[in-house]
Design a protein. Structure first.
Length: 159
């Protein structure tokens, strides 16, 4: 009787190598997507932080010049140089200079399609225990191709 022994396989077959390669590629694509998405989130967080600091600065300027609120609401701009030591500026000129400063700083942030509005608070907003009016500073940025803003920051304050 003749018995034939099967030889044991050595190495990998081509199909095993291809399957391992596909698994590796899918894993690398997943890792790459994760890194890209985390970078986008970091950029958005940075932009929001910068906008928040700028908005707080603007609100403090408005609180320092409450008589110029109408100029702030109208977003009137001014080329007059007004600083804290210049007493020659009236409240309207100071508000215009503040608006100009705010607009310039917003543009220097290099945020796509940044825009801002200041408006009196809506009737749905209520503030108890204060005699002042409620105002809202809104900054939007990052508009998509349809002109719809992707990000916004709201800051409510009483004056």
């Amino acid at each position: 009787m003749f018995i034939m022994k099967m030889k044991a396989s050595q190495g990998f077959s081509l199909i095993e190598v291809l399957i391992a390669f596909v698994i590796l590629v899918v894993g690398l694509l997943g890792a790459t997507t994760l890194i890209i998405r985390s970078s986008q989130v970091n950029v958005n967080a940075y932009e929001t932080e910068q906008v928040a600091m700028l908005a707080n600065t603007m609100v403090e300027k408005i609180r320092a010049n409450p008589d110029g609120i109408n100029s702030y609401l109208n977003k009137s701009l001014s080329t007059t140089e007004c600083n804290q030591t210049a007493s020659s500026c009236n409240f309207t000129e100071k508000a215009g200079a503040d608006n100009t400063y705010f607009q310039e700083r917003l543009e220097k942030l290099n945020i796509n399609d940044a825009a801002w509005t200041l408006k009196e608070g809506s009737s749905s907003s209520t503030v108890t225990g204060t005699d002042g009016k409620l105002y809202q500073l809104e900054i939007t940025w990052g508009a998509d191709t349809n002109g719809v803003s992707n990000s916004s920051y709201y800051l409510n304050f009483v004056l």
